[in-house]
Each structure stands twice: as C-alpha cells, then as structure tokens.
Design a protein around this ligand. Structure first.
Ligand code: NAP
Length: 345
C-alpha cells in the first residue's frame, strides 16, 4: 500500500527547520494527533528517541479510555485501575522523556497533499508544520439516530455509564446493544440503578462469555430480545422508549428513566477526508508497520482498528507507529554537508 517513493524532507529553508516558529507557524519534527493509549504510547517512544514530539491532545485527554470506570485486562495491573489513572500514568511517563502535550486543543484541518512538512491547523488558531505525523484520533460512540435521541441527550440519554451512572441511583434504565460495551456498562450501572434492561436486536449477545455469564447471574439485569428502539420519549427528560419487536412487529412503550446507548463506534477520521485513504467505514487504512498511504504519516489505535479496539492493542499499534516514524525520519533526514576532505600532508 505504501509506494515507498523516493522522498526527502523539505528542510532547505531556515524557517522550515524543526523547533522554529516563523510567521506564527510552528515547525515540529513529530506531531501526534490524539491522546488516547495509542497517542500517549507513540509520544513516549518518539520522546525516548529524542524526536521531541508534540501531542495535540484534543478536548478529552486520554479519549474514550479516560471515561472507563475500571480496566481489568491491561497487563501489569492485576488489581485493575481506572481509565483516568491509566491515562495519567501514561501522560506522566511520556512527559518524563520530554513529550509536550497540548491539552484542550483539537486539530481542525490537515494538509498532507504536498508531502512533508505537513500543515496542521488547530481550533485555538494554531498553525503547524510537521516533518512526520502520527494520527491517533480514536473513535466516537455511535448514535441510534431515532427521534428524541438528540433532544434528550444529557436529559436521560447517555453514551457513558461511568460518567452518568451516579445520576440514576434507584432508577430504572435501559441499555441498548449486545456487545462487550453494552454488557460491561450495564453491569456497572447495576451499582446505581434498581433495574437495568438490555435491549438487543437479536436473541443472543455479541459480548464475550465471561461478561455474559456475569450479566445473566446479576439479578438487576434483564433482557429484552429481538427488539429495537424506534423513539425516545419524554418532555424535557426521558420517560419511555418506543420498542419494536423485529420478529413479531409488535410495538410498545417501555417506561424508563434513562437510555444508555452502546451500539459500537465510528472512527474520528472526518478531518482526513481527501487526505488519507480510508475504508468504507471511515477507518484509516494502514499496513502492518502503521504507514498510511501518505509517506511520513502514520496511524495507530481505534482510528485504524475496526477489530480489536483494546487498550493493549492500541498501545502496541502506538509503539509500532512511533518506531516506524523514527525509522522513516532517520531515512529521510537530509545529510548534513560534510567539510571537504583535506589532503594528507
Ligand atoms: P460491538 O462489539 O460492535 O457491538 C455493538 C452492539 O450493538 C452489537 O450487539 C450490535 O448488534 C448492536 N448494534 C449495532 N448497531 C445497532 C443499531 N443500530 N441498533 C441496535 N443495536 C445495534 O461494539 P462494542 O460493544 O462497543 O465493542 C467494540 C469492540 O470493543 C469489540 O471488539 C469489543 O470486544 C471491544 N470491547 C472490549 C471490552 C472488554 O474486553 N472488556 C469492553 C468494551 C469493548 P449485533 O450483535 O446484532 O451486531
């Protein structure tokens, strides 16, 4: 996929040298877009390789993982830890080696068409040139796109049990979806809610066996099979969901105080439209070494991984992207002019 064109960095003019800021445009050797596990790992590796990376973190440092209540399957932490704790540790470790992390700032525009150095603009008016870019923008929870969903988001409709579960103490909630996220978050919600009803469009869950066993054993968890949500109802606050049984066609209203939606994710790749090759679902296409189709631009984590979407896999992909980036920069760095060899006396 990567045509490995003969290519070298365009660093011929003094104002384009990394570290310089000329005319309000800051020149960096490596910019990492996004600060989830893939981005913070890429920051750690490129910082240790003395590439002085700048991470443009987005508005949520750590991305989705920072909203995860407990992570039990990241190796090295047998007691588990919260997503926020893991993000803080990763950030501290990357900064220890010199990574700079620009928080509360998101990239709004990229121009990869003319090759390195690449142009990047941010929502605080910043403009950058980067010799190499690592894209780790992650993914965003998918919406149902049914009437009432948008209007009642924040008024009973939520995409994060960890963030909002507390507000549903002793209340009845529904969870939409049948994957790992739906069941994991549903189980978490049983700590607060009096009843958690999982609404799934099929008659068996997609979630892994361990989570399924835990869910079926939990007396607060209930299941509504072969059913989809057609509308979320409420006057300023969620009151009910309109359900349709996909096998019988029967339609009914199901009273509830909250609707938690976990039906998958979409990659955060809109800003790369026309810049990077993406698959039909919008995921950035990479090869095994995390090259994108643009020389000098690499991608890692959920923006390019439709299958695994684990902290562990994102960390691995962030590592690979950083190592490939380091090698690519070394191969394409212009060779310093050597003084002419002096003749032997
Ligand atoms: P997912 O595995 O894609 O599951 C999405 C669920 O939502 C599926 O059950 C799907 O139904 C349902 N769904 C999709 N579109 C729908 C719609 N329009 N209306 C109603 N239902 C709809 O997504 P995920 O649960 O977010 O998990 C994503 C990845 O992260 C997976 O690889 C998962 O293993 C991983 N993950 C792992 C953990 C963990 O290991 N602890 C935790 C969370 C996530 P169908 O089943 O009928 O397709």
């Amino acid at each position: 996929m990567n045509d490995k064109l003969s290519f070298s960095l365009n660093t011929s003019t003094p104002q384009s040298m990394p570290g310089n800021s000329q005319g309000g445009i800051q020149h960096e050797k490596v910019i990492i877009i996004g600060s989830g596990p893939a981005g913070l790992t890429a920051a750690l590796y490129t910082a240790r390789a003395k590439l002085d990376p700048l991470v443009i973190a987005g508005h949520e440092l750590g991305g989705q993982v920072s909203l995860t209540y407990e992570i039990e399957n990241y190796p090295g932490f047998p007691e588990g830890l919260s997503g926020q704790e893991l993000v803080d540790l990763m950030k501290t470790q990357a900064e220890k080696f010199g990574a700079r992390i620009k928080t509360f700032t998101a990239v709004t525009e990229v121009d990869f068409q003319d090759g390195s150095p690449f142009r990047i603009k941010t929502d605080d008016g910043g403009e950058y040139l980067a010799d190499a870019v690592i894209v780790t923008t992650g993914a965003t929870p998918r919406h149902l796109n049914v009437p009432g969903e948008k209007e009642l988001t924040g008024h009973g409709v939520s995409y994060c049990g960890t963030c909002d579960g507390f507000f549903f103490r002793d209340k009845k909630v529904v969870v939409v979806g049948g994957g790992d996220s739906a069941i994991e978050e549903g189980l978490f919600l049983t700590r607060f809610a009096s009843e958690v009803h999982v609404i799934h469009r099929r008659d068996e869950l997609r979630a892994g066996a361990t989570l399924q066993a835990r869910a079926f054993a939990n007396e607060k968890m209930h299941f509504i099979w072969d059913t989809v949500v057609e509308e979320i109802k409420g006057d300023g606050q969620v009151e009910a969901v309109r359900l349709r049984n996909v096998k019988t066609g029967a339609v009914s209203d199901f009273p509830t105080d909250g609707v938690f939606i976990f039906i998958g994710h979409d990659p955060n790749s809109d800003i790369f439209t026309g810049q990077l090759e993406r698959d039909p679902f919008g995921y950035v296409i990479t090869d095994k070494e995390m090259h994108t189709n643009v020389e000098g631009v690499f991608a890692a984590g959920e923006v390019q991984d439709r299958i695994f979407r684990q902290v562990g896999t994102s960390v691995g992909q962030g590592t690979a992207a950083a190592m490939t980036c380091e090698r690519w920069l070394a191969e394409h760095e212009p060779v310093e002019a050597q003084p002419a060899a002096t003749e032997r006396q």
